[in-house]
Design a protein around this ligand. Structure first.
Ligand code: UDP
Ligand code: GLC
Ligand code: MN
Length: 340
């Protein structure tokens, strides 16, 4: 068997919010006692302070160029225009200093040690419950090789991707995966995507304790959920599809090990956070300032989460979102406009 020092878990973050995910993921891997190296690929879009945070938990922070599929037509079908950047994942085949790697999306969370995945060969992945003859590309075993990288880019140029992201490309490229060799099929417990909780609830109840990796797929990620700092409890948003217990696990790690290391000053001062739109841009600063001693930032955080809940159709008609408050906000906005 290859030496462990030469094997790595690899993830990707092209912006600061996905950095949060990658920090929790890395911490989850450390907590289950992985013996493998931890590598994160980032683009130059991420802030310098968060890059520093990454260095404290990852063995290797690897800067790569952003790759876009530019296929917004297929991404529209998927309902996730933001995922054009997932082509950046392909850079993982260039990490030839490692003999074998396991790629993990930044929205995954490791619940039990999964170092045995390195006994699998390229290309191993778990089925996607949306279409089980396709694999989900949030967790896969691969062997870095520059020729594979070049061949994937070439293939992308000629064949394209059917979902606009890396999953539609990789499933076309490794197209014998559904039938060729069952050994390359990872059991579902290595990539339990949220939809499964609702599509087969009895199985989820039966096998939940076997779950090794949770994958918070979809547009709403754990870090966008309302978290009450005083009680230490996260509230699952309706339709996010995420399981309350796994979400809580994510937040427990975040609050214990990641949030205390975030630098509020760096984030409130950065030009990126001076802009209030889109809402996630201020999120890091608000999360960094989260705490009982910080009522001002606490309320900023609350207002962010209220807005998220509102957008999810969860409206607090009797409380903060009651008619008088909405009317007051509309009046304020009108006054500001008139004073311009
Ligand atoms: N990703 C990123 N920046 C983005 C979008 C995605 O770095 O703006 C990376 C990140 O590692 C993420 C992965 O690409 O986990 C796939 O995207 P996502 O997990 O959001 O897709 P889903 O699993 O929800 O389909
Ligand atoms: C999927 C996967 C994700 C991938 C995306 C785009 O839903 O979970 O890893 O990046 O599709 O192809
Ligand atoms: Mn994902």
């Amino acid at each position: 068997m290859a030496e462990s020092g030469n094997e790595a878990f690899v993830t990707l973050a092209t912006n600061d919010t996905y950095v949060l995910g990658s920090l929790v993921l890395a911490e989850s891997l450390r907590r289950v006692g992985t013996q493998k190296k931890l590598v994160v690929m980032v683009t130059n879009e991420i802030s310098e302070t968060l890059k520093h945070n990454l260095h404290t938990v990852f063995d290797d922070v690897h800067v790569v160029d952003l790759l876009s599929s530019e296929d917004f037509k297929n991404l529209q079908l998927l309902g996730r225009p933001d995922l054009h950047v997932t082509f950046t994942k392909l850079h993982c085949w260039n990490l030839t200093q490692y003999s074998k790697c396991v790629f993990l999306d930044a929205d995954t969370l490791v619940i039990q040690n999964v170092d045995e995945l390195f006994d699998k060969e390229e290309f191993s992945a778990a089925p996607d419950p949306g279409w089980p003859d396709c694999f989900n590309s949030g967790v896969f075993v691969f062997k870095p090789n520059v020729d594979t990288y070049k061949s994937l880019l070439q293939f992308a140029a000629t064949e394209g991707t059917f979902d606009g992201g890396d999953q539609g490309l990789l499933n076309r490229y490794f197209n014998d995966w559904p039938t060729k060799d069952i050994k390359t099929h990872l059991p579902f417990v290595y990539n339990v995507v949220s939809q499964a909780f609702y599509s087969y609830l009895p199985a989820f109840k039966q096998f939940k304790q076997n779950v090794k990796i949770v994958h918070f797929i979809g547009a709403v990620k754990p870090w966008q959920h309302p978290y009450n700092y005083a009680s230490g409890v996260v509230t699952p948003l309706p339709d996010s599809g995420h399981d309350a217990e796994f979400l809580q696990h994510w937040w427990n790690i975040f609050i214990d090990s990641v949030q205390p290391t975030l630098n509020p000053a760096a984030h409130t001062d950065s030009p990126q956070c001076l802009k209030s739109e889109p809402p996630t841009e201020g999120l890091i600063g608000q999360l960094a300032s989260l705490g009982v001693d910080n009522p001002v930032d606490r309320s900023a955080m609350d207002s962010f989460h209220r807005r998220m809940a509102w957008e999810q159709g969860q409206i607090d008609y009797m409380g903060e979102d009651r008619f008088e408050n909405i009317q007051r906000k509309l009046d304020d906005a009108k006054m500001k406009k008139n004073n311009k």
